[in-house]
Design a protein around this ligand. Sequence first.
Ligand code: ZN
Length: 340
Amino acid sequence: MYGLNHFATKGAAAHAARIFHGAGVPSVLVGWSAIALVGGDFLNNDVDFVVRDSQIRAAANAMVRAGFSPCADAACLAGKEDRASEIDTLSDDDYYKEEAELFFCKDRYHPVPAVHFHMPHMIILSLHRKSRLLWWIPDDHFRLEPPAHDDPYFVLSTDAARVPARDLLAWPGPEEFSHYLPTANSSGSSGPWRGLYPVKVLLATAHLKMALLCLCRDLHGTRGLDWLWFCMLYELAERQMPGQDRASARHLLEEPQLQAFWDRFRGHVDVATDYNILEPLLEYRAGLISGNKLPDLPEGSAPVTVVFVVNKQPVTDESAFQIMDKDANAFPWVFLKRNG
Ligand SMILES: [Zn+2]
């Protein structure tokens, strides 16, 4: 993307954080630009802030006073859940090629923001309601003060002790299973954003919980957001500091079923080859739905099949292994293909 660079995204996030703070609006950075700090740092133009629902207008007004105009274009793709719906009309062959390209951008699906702004360097700044993404964090935790040194949800982007630069933790599970997990594309985290205004950012484990809860909400929903959360799980794989042992790099979640899913998904716990890795997550989801604990649950469902793709060609999972065995440079990927 022309004009886009790692510094531009972080700079835009810091600029906006200063504007919100100046207006007395507590905000927290989530999504890809936050994951740069707590997960994998890759080039992206989305800057996503969450504020309390009642303060969306105050945050937007502060941006206006700082010289930015809210996007009023009803057709703007940045305001849509699916930013590339035309891709579903492609032939199967082209679908996998195109979708594979898009996957690298990881930005086909995006929660519809309450309001968004186009900033320099192609940055899209989105303001999201807390009730859509972080409903499970207490409202009074959104404060102007910096987070405590042991805050369970938030950290400052400048906190060198809590968000040091980390490398991706090598796949901890059985080697053959790692073929399903496209971590080869992932990178280390950015390290603290020195020299920039401090941004309150969602911590890695809290981010993982957001992605898992939103995945539960949107799984197989018609709006396609489950794809986004699924992609996020990969980028939220544990990052490790030099000399740090694997066990202490492991993400620890409060909910046993979420932990069970994550440990199997990430290979911290071995599973039989015929085990459905989504099982603990589906059980957890059923409990949330029956307890009416998933706000904004999408209506309807779109059946989704998991497709294994190697070198941009859909294959069965067995032949994927055979190709991988023969060709060390083969590039594997996993797709959720929406049927109809
Ligand atoms: Zn727009």
